[in-house]
Design a protein around this ligand. Structure first.
Ligand SMILES: O=C(O)c1ccccc1N[C@@H]1O[C@H](COP(=O)(O)O)[C@@H](O)[C@H]1O
Length: 241
């Protein structure tokens, strides 16, 4: 088995590390300090951190200074998401020293800008394809944003380096990943895919790792780690191989 990258998630709302269910505002469970959570994943051996400013994604403010502090404290790679939608927010995100950013809403609402920043920044830009069924969702997953496969075709043409694919129906539910969706997206692109949403067990990680030959490069793990369904050390042992 080829190694699957694991990206433990730290989602920040109102200065706290939280997990949501289906990405719905108001369903937060709080897990304390984002910096402590991120440092704990780093100590446990993570090579990546998936860091999300949920307030910026929802349009309820931002946690920009905190997110920059967390990113600056990491010795590991950081994928930064949430509210990166224009030149100013992109510059602020890249200035944190993160390894790459993940654009969601912008890819749906300002495609010309996204094509421009893909051309300028290459693999520092990933696009988050957050879907219900095959309909993309933006603005904190509250608004429809078009068809997954039409958008994917456009982004492929524009040279997008990587996709982070989230099944919203699975996110935060511990119900297992949508493997069919991941297979379908891999069939529609030759770019690496990061899987997000639903991981509940080490067997789920084994199943995602089975898709590495198809193009799945990594998996974001959130709720399962916070709920202690398994440890990050156990997860890393399962996927490295
Ligand atoms: O990660 C979540 O739980 C989440 C929930 C609701 C909205 C967004 C969420 N996360 C990530 O935020 C970015 C999108 O932000 P934007 O649309 O670019 O402002 C994307 O990576 C989502 O996966």
């Amino acid at each position: 088995m080829t190694t699957l990258e694991l990206l433990p998630a730290v989602d920040v709302r109102n200065g706290q590390a939280v997990r949501l269910v289906h990405g719905e505002s108001g369903t937060e469970t709080s897990y304390g300090s984002p910096l402590e959570a991120a440092l704990a994943w780093q100590r446990a051996g993570a090579e990546w951190l998936h860091l999300v400013d949920l307030d910026a994604a929802f349009g309820t403010g931002d946690n920009r200074a905190l997110v920059a502090e967390v990113t600056g404290a990491m010795d590991i790679k950081v994928e930064l998401s949430g509210g990166i939608r224009d030149d100013a927010s992109l510059a602020a995100a890249l200035a944190t020293g993160c390894t790459r950013v993940n654009l969601g809403t912008a890819a749906l609402e300002t495609p010309e800008w996204v094509a421009k920043v893909i051309a300028e920044h290459g693999d520092k830009i990933a696009v988050g394809l957050d879907v219900r069924g095959t309909t993309l969702r933006g603005r904190g997953w509250t608004r429809d944003g078009g068809d997954l496969y039409e958008t994917l075709e456009r982004l492929n043409r524009e040279g997008c380096a990587r996709y982070v694919v989230t099944d919203i129906a699975k996110d935060g539910t511990l119900q297992g990943p949508n493997l069919d969706l991941l297979r379908d997206v891999c069939a529609a692109t030759d770019r690496p895919v990061v899987a997000s949403g639903g991981v509940s067990s080490l067997d789920d990680l084994r199943a995602i790792a089975g898709l590495v030959p198809l193009g799945v490069e990594g998996a974001i793990v959130g709720k399962a780690l916070y709920a202690k369904a398994f440890t990050l050390e156990e997860a890393l042992a399962v996927v490295s191989g």
